[in-house]
Design a protein around this ligand. Structure first.
Ligand code: DP6
Length: 359
């Protein structure tokens, strides 16, 4: 597939007005995307677990208008107009227009809400851009009803990527790879693909308890962070390492080796933060409580041999990852020893999910 394959075909049908509704989940990367080239092409491949409970629900209503050369849309967040989200959506529509030339023929109302608290510090860009892209593809399918399901999902992921890179991993599948990797069949820089091999039972219903350490605005946006990889002294080594870690994770997901899974996962999280700490300018996105959480996780794992580990995204919150069969012990440990380090004692229990759903 090339970018040209995603330019919409001439319509075979027409539609005046209507609405669609999709929910799309967030995802948590195990091997991290950090650094990109032009047009949202990732500097290295990444792999993520799709979440189940942290989602964005988006309803897209549309009615035909004159194509006056402009996009026209209203944006509602939790039922109320939200002007400050509009520039980001407008930029997204501009980026995808080439692939979806029908967009200027409609006025849209985008009505969106998240299942997780807005100020939780959990980025809603992945779930939000994925949910919007699924809706846009529903409209495109109404215009081109012969579209296959595979094309629908690939193009939804392709569009979501242009909104926010990690969003392309929130379309379909429990474990999703984005970015060309020599050993992963079908992998592409243009869209996310479901991990192609059978995943070991150890990873079925894998748990992610998200400890909300800092709910504040991000100190540095992902976009700025990605840009800092351009003149980063360790960039090339990091991109090579991501390829190697993805090869290792592929084997681990197939054979169920949790000890090896933990090593790669935690090393990836700390490497991501190490890249931020060693860029110019440099950032520390962890908070003291991030470390207050990591240290007891290591001690608990060492004392009990329970295979629990952590990962981080580009912020201070800690994702605690573990298999379902140790859920009770881990939750007990979290409540006894970690919740005190969360802002207002807040955490979210999530589990590996399957992707976006039409409502
Ligand atoms: C640290 O997808 O938010 O979460 O493409 O600029 O929107 P943009 O970046 P974004 O970056 C996410 C980076 C990460 C790692 C990951 O999810 O792989």
């Amino acid at each position: 597939m090339s970018e040209k394959d995603f330019i919409a075909a001439n319509h075979t049908s027409s539609i005046e007005n209507g609405n669609f509704q999709w929910s799309a989940p967030s995802n948590i990367a195990i091997v991290k995307y950090w650094g990109k080239k032009e047009n949202q092409i990732p500097a290295n491949p990444s792999i993520s677990f799709t979440l189940n409970n942290c989602k964005t629900n988006t309803k897209l209503s549309f009615s035909k208008k004159e194509n006056d050369g402009n996009f026209s849309f209203d944006l509602l967040f939790e039922g109320k107009p939200k002007e400050d989200f509009k520039p980001k959506i407008n930029k997204f529509l501009e980026r995808i227009e080439k692939y979806c030339p029908y967009l200027k023929n409609y006025h849209f109302t985008i009505d969106t809400e998240n299942t997780f608290p807005h100020s939780s510090g959990i980025a809603s860009s992945a779930s939000g851009m994925a949910a919007l892209s699924m809706n846009i593809m529903s409209l495109e399918k109404a215009l081109n009803p012969e579209m296959t399901e595979d094309y629908f999902n690939q193009k939804a992921s392709f569009l979501a990527r242009l909104g926010s890179g990690s969003a392309c991993r929130s379309v379909k599948g429990s474990v999703v790879v984005w970015g060309n990797h020599a050993e992963i069949e079908g992998s592409s820089d243009l869209f996310g693909v479901e991990f192609p091999s059978k995943i070991h039972d150890n990873f079925n219903t894998y748990q992610d308890t998200i400890l909300l350490v800092d709910k504040g605005e991000k100190q540095v946006s992902s976009t700025v962070g990605h840009d800092l990889m351009h003149h980063h002294p360790f960039a090339e080594q990091r991109f090579d390492q991501a390829h190697r870690n993805l090869s290792a994770i592929k084997t681990i997901l197939e054979n169920g080796d949790l000890e090896e899974f933990i090593k790669i996962t935690e090393s990836e999280a700390l490497t991501l933060h190490a890249m931020m700490m060693t860029s110019m300018p440099y950032f520390i996105l962890m908070k003291p409580n991030t470390l207050e959480i990591i240290n007891p996780i290591w001690k608990f794992r060492n004392d009990t041999k329970i295979p629990v580990c952590f990962t981080l995204d580009a912020g201070a919150n800690v994702h605690v990852l573990y298999p379902e069969n140790v859920r009770e012990s881990v939750l007990q440990f979290i409540k006894a020893e970690l919740v005190g380090y969360c802002q207002n004692g807040q955490y979210i229990c999530d589990v590996i999910g399957t992707g976006a759903l039409k409502i």
